[in-house]
Design a protein around this ligand. Sequence first.
Ligand SMILES: Cc1cc2nc3c(=O)[nH]c(=O)nc-3n(C[C@H](O)[C@H](O)[C@H](O)COP(=O)(O)OP(=O)(O)OC[C@H]3O[C@@H](n4cnc5c(N)ncnc54)[C@H](O)[C@@H]3O)c2cc1C
Length: 364
Amino acid sequence: MPQYQQLPPKGDNHASKQRLQYCAKENLLKHAISTQLGGHGDSFQELVKAHLHLGKHSQDTGLILSINAHLWGSIFPLILYGTEEQKQNWLPSLLSGDMISGHAITEPQAGSDVNAIETHVIETDSGFIINGHKRFITNTPIADVLLIYAKLEGKLSAFLVRQTDSGTDYTDSPNVTGCTTATMGDIVLTDCHIPLDRQLGKTGAGGMMIQSALELERAFIFAGIIGIMQWQLEQVVQHSRQRRVNGTHLGANQAISHKIADMKCRLESCLLWVNECARLKDSGKRISLASAQTKLFASEAFLQSSLDAAHVMGSEGLIAENKMTTLVQDAMASRLFSGSSEIQKNIIAALIGTGAGFKSQIQK
Ligand SMILES: Cc1cc2nc3c(=O)[nH]c(=O)nc-3n(C[C@H](O)[C@H](O)[C@H](O)COP(=O)(O)OP(=O)(O)OC[C@H]3O[C@@H](n4cnc5c(N)ncnc54)[C@H](O)[C@@H]3O)c2cc1C
């Protein structure tokens, strides 16, 4: 396992890119990918272990988000839907981190409801022309290429758009307060021209592709975050032992120790959920329900444990260097990325045959 001792320091967009690339050079992006495609040829269980290890050492939710956007947002869609030529053209540089990527689904008027996507595409003899506006896209503006979801002939479809393609504007705004070490921005596409070989998957397959990418992201993005939660718990336990109140240690107060016990239970439950997703994937089973349950449970657990950790540490919890309130903001963001908690409940209800979302299961 890499020790991440040389992980470049946090900083600006360039630093975010360097940190992601460092992890790629440590071969983090190759888990659960066959050796024929340039991966390790190992299991999702191994992927979980490796991401957990990174989370514990980096304590950086933004880095975890960035890696997961790159992995599930474009590497896995290429593996699942790419032609042989597309895999050969794109995968080596994406797996090595020489190219950075992500996926662009959200728009100013289309968040949870992907059916409201307005970005549209016209096909010509020489290629595609894309017009539209994407928002809150992780790894923008550092991404070299993004998988953009847009409507072709009114049907949701997917296209690989390079930052250098004509008519693209990858921006650095709006400024979001959670997961700040991941870069995030808008993409404005104005008569953006791309060649015909940049369509990924079939016309109209976009909804299914979004669903499969988000299922994987929901299942495994918390593997890294659980590593951070382990570190968070260790900090709180240590603080509860060292801090003296009323002549004894802070943790002797049941109100405090019960909060810590709850943190431990949440952490272990998150781990069980993520490992269950890995077990299902490794045995070739579907993860639609398990991944929605994992995302819902883990993001709510992360937020509650982050609030508890900051509170147990008293005002020390508010000292920026202690990272506790940063994690609260990261946890708030985690309830939204890959689909909000409400949307996970809609999916869970729909998959067990009830709820308003029963008909439309492609919501984020
Ligand atoms: C850190 C971060 C990273 C992100 N990265 C990406 C990325 O890489 N690519 C990308 O495409 N997007 C990305 N997003 C956007 C994210 O996917 C959306 O924010 C999310 O889908 C919610 O959409 P919205 O913010 O427009 O909220 P809205 O859809 O406007 O929802 C607002 C509120 O209403 C609730 N709500 C909406 N619809 C329903 C419903 N049917 N039933 C019950 N409640 C509902 C929501 O849960 C939410 O609480 C990112 C967001 C964040 C915060």
